[in-house]
Design a protein around this ligand. Structure first.
Ligand SMILES: Cc1ncc(C[n+]2csc(CCOP(=O)(O)OP(=O)(O)O)c2C)c(N)n1
Length: 316
C-alpha cells in the first residue's frame, strides 16, 4: 500500500473514532437523543473495506453504521446534524443515528432491523447487474444477523445469480448482551460460504491493511461478474452495545481486546516503516478535531424542523 493511501486510511480511522467520542459527549449533554451504537474498536473494517470501493459503489449499513458512512465519504456536519435532530441532517432529522441515507454517496442507509440490510444489498446488487453499471455493493452486517433467515436467502440468491456484492460480517462476538456461543453453533461464519458455493474468508478485522487487501480482491471478483464473497472480520467493540445499556461483558475480555485496538496498531506499523512521523500524525489528529468542532457547531446552530414539516416526504 502506498504512502498516500496509508495516510488516507489513518485519517479516516481518526475521523470515525473522534466522531464517535464527540457523539458520546453530546449524548451526555442531552443534545443527541435516541439509540446510539458506537463503532469504536471496529474502525479498521469500515475503512479498509470502503477504501476499495468506487464513488458510485453502494454501501449497505447496520444499526452500528457511523463508521461505514464516514468511510464512504459522508459529510461529518450533515451526519452530526442528523444525530442532533436538526433540519440540516442527512435525513432532515427523520432518521437519526441508525438511518443515515445518502444516495449521492452511495449510502443505502443504516438499519434498525438486525439483518434488514441483507435483502436491500441483494436488490442494489441486482440493480447494478441489470443496468450493467459495474457498481458493486458492500453489505455490512454483524454476527447477530448471520443467525437470521435474511442471511441465508440473500447469500443463496446472490450466489445463484452471480450478483456483484461483497458480504462483510463484522463479528464483534457479542450481539447486544448475547455471546456468540449462545446463538451460533460454529466458530467461523466465513465457513458458511461453502454452503453457497462462494469464496469465504476469515480475517483479523483489526488489521486495516488485511481488510483492504481481502475486500479489494472480492470487489474485483464481483466487478468481473464472478459473484459474491463472504468475508468475516473478527473484531470487538470497546463500548457497551449502546449508550443506554450497561456493559455485561467480562471486563477482562474487554481489556484484552483494547490491547488490539486497530488505530495504535496501524500507527505503530506506519511509524515503524517510516511512512509517517509523529508530528505528521499529530497534525492529522488536530485537523480531524477541528472538523469535529465545526460539525458540532454546525449541528448546534441548525434548527430543529418545524412541526409544519412533519408530513414532508410522506406519500399521500
Ligand atoms: C430483527 C431484530 N431482532 C432484534 C433486534 C434488537 N437488537 C438490536 S441490536 C441487536 C444485537 C445485534 O447484534 P449484532 O448483529 O451482532 O450487531 P452488533 O450490535 O454486535 O454490532 C439486537 C438483538 C432488532 N433490532 N432487530
Amino acid at each position: 500500500m502506498n504512502r498516500k493511501k496509508s495516510i488516507e486510511l489513518l485519517d479516516l480511522m481518526y475521523r470515525i473514532r473522534f466522531f464517535e467520542e464527540r457523539t458520546m459527549k453530546l449524548f451526555r449533554e442531552g443534545l443527541i437523543v435516541g439509540a446510539l451504537h458506537h463503532y469504536i474498536g471496529e474502525e479498521a473494517i469500515a475503512v479498509g473495506a470502503c477504501a476499495t470501493a468506487e464513488e458510485d459503489d453502494y454501501v449497505v449499513s447496520t444499526h452500528r453504521g457511523h463508521g461505514h458512512c464516514i468511510a464512504k465519504g459522508a459529510d461529518l456536519k450533515r451526519m452530526m446534524a442528523e444525530l442532533m435532530g436538526r433540519e440540516t441532517g442527512y435525513s432532515k432529522a427523520r432518521g437519526g443515528s441508525m438511518h443515515i441515507f445518502s444516495i449521492e454517496e452511495g449510502l443505502l442507509g443504516g438499519n434498525g432491523i438486525v439483518g434488514g440490510g441483507l435483502p436491500i444489498a441483494l436488490g442494489s446488487a441486482l440493480s447494478g447487474q441489470y443496468r450493467d453499471s459495474g457498481q458493486v455493493t458492500l453489505c455490512f452486517f454483524a454476527e447477530g444477523a448471520a443467525a437470521r433467515g435474511t442471511f441465508h436467502e440473500s447469500l443463496n440468491l446472490a450466489s445463484l445469480w452471480k450478483l456483484p456484492v461483497v458480504y462483510i460480517c463484522e463479528n464483534n462476538l457479542w450481539a447486544a448482551t448475547t455471546y456468540i456461543n449462545y446463538s451460533l453453533p460454529i466458530e467461523n461464519i466465513g465457513d458458511r460460504a461453502s454452503a453457497y458455493g462462494i469464496p469465504g474468508k476469515v480475517i483479523d478485522g483489526n488489521d486495516v491493511e488485511k481488510v483492504y487487501d481481502t475486500v479489494d480482491e472480492a470487489v474485483k471478483r464481483a466487478r468481473a461478474g464472478k459473484g459474491p464473497t463472504l468475508i468475516e472480520c473478527k473484531s470487538f467493540r470497546h463500548h457497551p452495545h449502546c449508550m443506554v445499556i450497561p456493559d455485561t461483558r467480562p471486563q477482562d475480555e474487554v481489556m484484552e481486546w483494547k490491547k488490539k485496538d486497530p488505530i495504535p496498531r496501524f500507527e505503530k506499523r506506519l511509524l515503524g516503516k517510516k511512512v509517517i512521523t509523529k508530528t505528521e500524525m499529530e497534525k492529522i489528529r488536530g485537523k480531524v478535531n477541528n472538523m469535529l468542532d465545526e460539525a458540532e457547531e454546525f449541528g448546534r446552530k441548525s434548527s430543529v424542523p418545524g412541526v409544519e414539516t412533519v408530513a414532508e416526504g410522506l406519500w399521500a
